[in-house]
Design a protein around this ligand. Structure first.
Ligand SMILES: Cc1cc2nc3c(=O)[nH]c(=O)nc-3n(C[C@H](O)[C@H](O)[C@H](O)COP(=O)(O)OP(=O)(O)OC[C@H]3O[C@@H](n4cnc5c(N)ncnc54)[C@H](O)[C@@H]3O)c2cc1C
Length: 418
């Protein structure tokens, strides 16, 4: 049996693994977490609409029936390309084929010191930290008598006007103002401010102007103040400096940049400016036809010579493509290039609104939102999760009551007393 190692069980790694698991391979999946995470719904965990377990599945349980699949928890630190060996947490394993699908995480454009004040959203832990920060802020505001100090806890600043920023801003405005604040006595929705900061002249810059404008209008209706053409110059514990303006806040959320995992740097391959590995047409790295890089970690161009976006369908299609090559053991033979089939993009903005671009057609409002809901539920990997998410959404949409509002941090006093 050929030995295949997949590093990372995100969208790309899991889609390759699911196909290969049915073949005649000894498959090892290594991930630094024990779960596959459905990142597109993370913002709903961060805004208390869903629980982490609704959107994450233990990788081990996905492959519990396949005896040829081994799942190992560990962070791969280096790869020896000549010796076909992967090193992680003091162990080493050999491979015939290697698929690197380690994704990306947020980048602070060299200002890493901002991270502690402006968390990004990438992992379950990030989402829970953000949820806790939002809930704690409302608790502090409820008992704060000084209006200036109180405002600091009721200002929310989202940095980045891409899909994640837009979804977060819409959800925060809606959930905080309409669903959480009514349970408080001393604060009300007129006191909260949600800002979204974007350095470019438009939000959702990858979308056509009409949809980007529609999203802007929808955000304005949700009382989100969108600051276009504005750059963040500083973030500290008191707030954010945007150009000459300083917004006092304890709630800054980062949705602005991406960089790939350090493993790609260690691989010593050519990279693009975000550090993604530049791969051949068949997604292998130069000179190694048994080592593939897929998903957010790879820089791949389409037929128009444009880089493919870092989105889940790209990673999933690449995972399937690689599994076919590996299954056919096409070493030394022509493999045909990877071609991405673009089935569209959808971004939701608060409850029952979305914008979608599908095969060149633009959709918005409830129809786009219905499409968004169906697609997201269908792509969750377990039936149990699909049922749970549908039940939570149904409950939330008829009652306006998101259920998961627990503050469990033990050092709340540190936040409250600051
Ligand atoms: C908040 C948010 C919202 C998003 N919304 C959408 C959306 O609406 N639509 C859409 O299409 N896309 C969306 N995306 C993008 C999408 O999630 C990514 O494009 C997709 O996850 C990329 O898949 P991947 O397999 O490359 O990486 P990932 O899914 O990120 O998986 C990488 C895996 O590798 C593991 N890993 C990393 N480094 C190591 C290491 N050294 N050793 C072992 N394991 C490692 C990680 O733990 C992780 O499990 C969103 C992303 C975020 C963060």
């Amino acid at each position: 049996m050929k030995k295949v190692i997949i590093i990372g069980a995100g969208f790309g790694g899991l889609s390759a693994a699911k196909k290969l698991a049915d073949g005649d391979f000894q498959l090892t999946i290594i991930d630094k977490t024990n779960h596959h995470l459905f990142q597109p719904l993370l913002y709903q965990v961060a805004t208390a609409a869903l629980s982490p377990g609704d959107i994450a599945n233990p990788i081990r349980s996905v492959f519990s029936e396949q005896k040829n699949v081994e799942v190992l928890l560990g962070e791969v630190s280096s790869i020896d390309k000549e010796k076909n060996t992967v090193h992680f947490n003091g162990s080493s394993i050999e491979f015939d084929y290697l698929v690197i699908a380690t994704g990306s995480h947020h980048s602070y454009f060299g200002k890493n010191e901002w991270e502690k004040y402006a968390p990004g959203l990438k992992t379950v832990n990030d989402a829970l930290k953000i949820r806790e920060k939002i809930l704690l802020s409302l608790e502090v505001a409820e008992k704060e008598k000084d209006p200036e100090k109180r405002q600091k806890y009721l200002n929310f600043v989202i940095i980045g006007g891409g899909p994640t920023g837009v979804e977060l801003a819409g959800a925060i405005s809606e959930i905080v103002n309409k669903n959480l604040i009514p349970d408080f006595r001393n604060i009300d929705a007129s006191m909260t401010r949600v800002y979204m900061v974007e350095a470019l002249p438009k939000i959702l810059s990858a979308y056509p102007d009409a949809l980007s404008q529609q999203a802007l209008d929808d955000l304005k209706k949700l009382d989100v103040e969108v600051l276009l053409n504005q750059k963040v110059v500083d973030i500290n514990e008191s707030g954010v400096k945007i150009g000459d303006r300083f917004i006092q806040t304890r709630n800054v959320l980062w949705a602005a940049g991406n960089q790939v995992s350090p493993l790609i740097k260690n691989l010593e391959v050519e990279t693009d400016k975000s550090g993604r590995a530049i791969v051949n047409d068949d997604l292998t790295i130069k000179n190694y036809e048994n080592i593939f890089v897929i998903g957010d970690a790879a820089a791949v161009k389409n037929e128009k010579e444009e880089y493919l976006p870092g989105i889940a369908p790209v990673a999933m299609q690449q995972g399937k493509y690689v599994s076919k090559i590996v299954s056919k053991n096409l070493q030394g033979k022509s493999r045909g290039r990877f071609n991405y089939k673009d089935r569209g993009i959808i971004v939701t903005i608060g409850k029952a609104k979305a914008v979608a671009l599908i095969k060149g057609f633009k959709f918005s409002w409830v129809f786009a939102w219905l499409l968004w809901s169906i697609v997201h539920v269908l792509f969750l990997i377990s039936f149990r999760n699909r049922l749970k998410v549908m039940a939570e959404w149904f409950w939330y949409y008829i009652t306006n009551r998101p259920g998961i509002r627990l503050i469990v941090k033990e050092d709340n006093n540190k936040f409250i007393n600051q």
